[in-house]
Ligand binder design. Structure first.
Ligand SMILES: Cc1cc2nc3c(=O)[nH]c(=O)nc-3n(C[C@H](O)[C@H](O)[C@H](O)COP(=O)(O)OP(=O)(O)OC[C@H]3O[C@@H](n4cnc5c(N)ncnc54)[C@H](O)[C@@H]3O)c2cc1C
Length: 490
């Protein structure tokens, strides 16, 4: 009989001693996170007389604003997630480390990360914490199994597989005389009418109306129902009522069923249930659900709060000083989606500007120069696409919608994609999808849908066992569902 795996199983490889990063005698800066905040902080240290270690739980820099294009088959994941090590390869004073930070000791000035059960500890003189935010299901994490969020490459690939897979299942049902199953298979519910929800709803509508119609014999992909739900009474609430209304009208013209004042109260494999403002509820049978509502800051915020007493807001964001330092710790900066300061939004520019600012302040401190002025965010505007040739943009007092906003969106996103190679390739992918009607990245594998849930059930000690090969007997027998242990492979 197989033995269950417990998460408390000791690591397969002995822990190495704490790493000494002080060998060069230069000040040691540790950065946590390779997102916008972490990467731009690291780049700001280019040429500086410091040793920088960037630790991240992903080995790539993820351009989150284009995740929805990976989910809907326009771009490949590699284009929006270049290897951090490659991006920083020319910067000799930066070392990149793959690992999830589990502990920050503000007294000892150390950071401990874990990679496949192996712990590594880094000492620092200055620390920048840029660990971002994850999805929030508002206390209903159980929804996540049926309604993936949109925060990671795994999320986007799972959604891609679910979306394209739903059309395949609908075709199969129609072809085999199970036509009553088709409506639920071809209903796509997007929860949250912020920029991500609007972009997802718009892209699924385009997919069904422009890309897929010629490909199926038994279903009309144009009949797909796309329902966008939000508890608020406006689409794109942060863009103001003028642009929100424009976006809603455009979505409705594309056939998206926008339902506002709709609080989601239940999500399961078969559908979604929501409550209207008048208290009545409705259930929508739908195979494919996308969760684009709510964020929760990295739990490292709570770690820092416990040690300093710094306040956390409802989303787990930590209250920092106006110069982005942690109260009582001028050597520790927190930037990006993790911070609560002046109601700053969780957008890329807050993280980019915060990362650069923190690095500049550290360099000043190390040179013995007086600290610069407090952090001031320069709002460069916000944008959201609705469909090809249609977007909304809010820049200063300017409110733009339709084609001009879409061109602005295109230029800004192309500019910020990291690496010339990715910029050129993305441009061609966009030409194929927006000028033509096809999508080059429709590949979906079983792993994309099923592997994540299976791994969660197997527990965190399963991957190290497979990779480091520590004995088949400890791998549970799941009737062949699980991936084989390393020693099973020839
Ligand atoms: C789908 C989507 C669309 C978006 N669209 C836009 C947009 O159009 N415009 C805009 O301005 N903003 C947009 N945003 C928001 C923007 O992407 C974020 O504000 C920005 O990424 C925040 O940067 P950050 O560095 O704080 O965090 P992130 O970019 O999230 O980076 C966090 C990093 O920390 C790492 N990490 C997390 N925990 C740990 C740990 N314990 N140990 C080690 N590493 C860790 C992660 O792997 C990651 O590398 C969007 C976000 C999403 C999810």
């Amino acid at each position: 009989m197989s033995q269950p795996i417990t998460t408390s199983t000791p690591p397969a490889v002995a822990q190495p001693p704490a790493r000494d990063h002080g060998q060069t005698g230069r000040p040691r800066v540790v950065i946590i996170g390779s997102g916008f905040g972490g990467l731009f902080a690291a780049r700001t240290f280019d040429g500086a007389d410091v040793d920088v270690t960037l630790i991240s739980s992903t080995a790539y820099h993820l351009f989150q604003p284009l995740l929805y294009q990976v989910a809907t088959g326009i771009l490949s994941e590699g284009l929006i997630a270049p290897a951090t090590r490659e991006v920083l390869a020319k910067q000799q004073n930066v070392e990149v480390a793959f690992g999830t930070v589990t502990e920050i000791d503000l007294t000892a000035r150390t950071v401990t990360s874990t990679t496949l059960g192996v712990e590594t500890t880094y000492g620092y003189d200055s620390l920048i914490v840029a660990a971002g935010a994850g999805q929030s299901y508002f206390g209903h994490d159980e929804f996540g199994e049926f309604a993936p969020g949109m925060k990671s490459i795994d999320d986007a690939l799972e959604l891609r597989a679910r979306i394209f897979g739903a059309f395949e299942l609908a075709e199969l049902a129609a072809a085999s005389g199970r036509s009553k199953d088709v409506p639920a298979l071809m209903t796509f519910v997007v929860v949250g009418a912020g920029p991500t929800g609007v972009e997802m709803a718009g892209q699924i509508a385009e997919l069904s109306a422009r890309t897929l119609p010629r490909d199926f014999r038994h279903i009309a992909s144009e009949d797909a129902r796309i329902i966008l739900l939000d508890g608020a009474d406006q689409v794109l609430a942060s863009f103001g009522s003028h642009l929100g209304t424009k976006a809603q009208q455009r979505l409705q013209k594309m056939g998206v069923d926008v339902r506002l004042g709709a609080m989601v109260v239940g999500v399961d494999a078969q559908g979604v249930e929501y409550r209207r403002s008048d208290g009545t509820t409705e259930r929508v049978p739908a195979l494919t659900k996308v969760w684009a509502a709510g964020v929760q800051a990295s739990s490292l915020g709570a770690t820092l709060s416990e040690q300093t007493g710094a306040e956390l807001d409802r989303s787990g964001r930590i209250k920092v000083n106006p110069d982005l330092t942690l109260p009582g710790h001028p050597e520790v900066y927190v930037v990006g989606d993790m911070i609560s300061l002046d109601n700053l939004p969780g957008v890329a520019q807050v993280a980019i500007q915060g990362g650069k600012y923190a690095a500049e302040q550290i360099m000043r401190q190390l040179k013995g120069e007086p600290a610069g002025p407090r952090f001031r965010y320069v709002d460069k505007g916000s944008m959201a696409t609705i469909s090809r040739f249609s977007a909304v943009a809010s820049v200063g007092k300017l409110r733009v919608s339709g084609f001009p906003a879409w061109v602005m969106w295109l230029a800004v996103h192309l500019w910020y994609i990291i690496g010339f190679k990715s910029q050129v390739t993305t441009f061609f992918h966009w030409a194929v999808s927006f000028l033509g009607s096809s999508r080059g990245e429709r590949t979906a594998t079983q792993q994309q849908i099923f592997a994540r849930g299976a791994l969660e059930r197997l527990g965190s000690s399963y991957p190290p066992r497979v990779l480091l090969g520590t004995g088949r007997s400890e791998v549970p027998d799941h009737g062949g569902d699980a991936a084989p242990a390393a020693d099973d492979r020839s």
